[in-house]
Ligand binder design. Sequence first.
Ligand SMILES: [Zn+2]
Length: 336
Amino acid sequence: MKTRPPDFEIHGHTIKPGQRKRFEIPVAKLPTQTTASLPVEVIHGKTAGNVLWLSAAIHGDELNGIEVIRRVVDQISAKTLRGTIVAVPIVNVFGFLQHTRYLPDRRDLNRSFPGSKRGSLAGRLARLFMDEIVSPATHGIDLHTGSLGRTNLPQIRADLDNAETRRCARAFGAPLTLHAKERSGSLRAAASQKGRPVLLFEGGSVHRFEEEVIRAGTRGVLGVMAAIDMIAQPLEEPGDSEIYRRSKWARARKSGLFRSSVQLGDRVEKGQKLGLVADVFGREGVHVKASATGMVIGLALRPLVNQGDALINIAFEPEPGQQLPAQEAGDRLELP
Ligand SMILES: [Zn+2]
């Protein structure tokens, strides 16, 4: 039986079943006294169901997710939706305006959750997001790209040991799904601690709209919405996602100019030559070799590299019983 839900209340706004509403939640004033605020769109279905939040640009320079959210909300009708969508396409409005990942004081918003009302600007924004967006939600999808100077294969990172999160990750159907423990201070960790299954989507690079990534993201979000019974199954079945439990960067063994010979999605064997770091004339080259047998999921885009720089990220599946060294601090650094 279809149940008509109560009105949806958020930050003083009331959205009736079968309605959609766009509004802004003020965060803080800029030094010019202009108010910086979160743009929000709520679509409140006529029938009761799950409440899914969609967020992008927690890192202000990561834009693909903004366009994913626009395309998703464009396709959803409040008349047929079961449950509620709360879409926040630009979370870090400060970084967004400056084309940067960070807040004006160089803090990383995705290391500032769950935040506090009297903390730094990042902490206050994190707390506002937890109170207004995460609290009423049952599920969440947070959209990212690779960090500056890198690009990522469209992928889901999620806690695959949680059954509901794993089910959603499957339904997203990204080319690759990577099991990733939550990182302390991240939105994903703070929301998981409150019992919300969260998917993190990563695809492409900063500062641009990349069509293939945006399509994978849009298809994936709609797939999850179907799996949690918010919309009918999309016409397109979710793609088969390859699941891996670990990832490791191959690093530059010397400084120089990096020429890659692999692409995102390539399968590689441990020890395989993936590229060359050499001097400006291509001499004195040192090969970059695959650190594991697996799939290329991240690539450095800048040819100028220093010794130790992360160049090629490889997802791999440990052999049963294989003892793995703890994930290096540097590897964790590359996580969203
Ligand atoms: Zn990010």
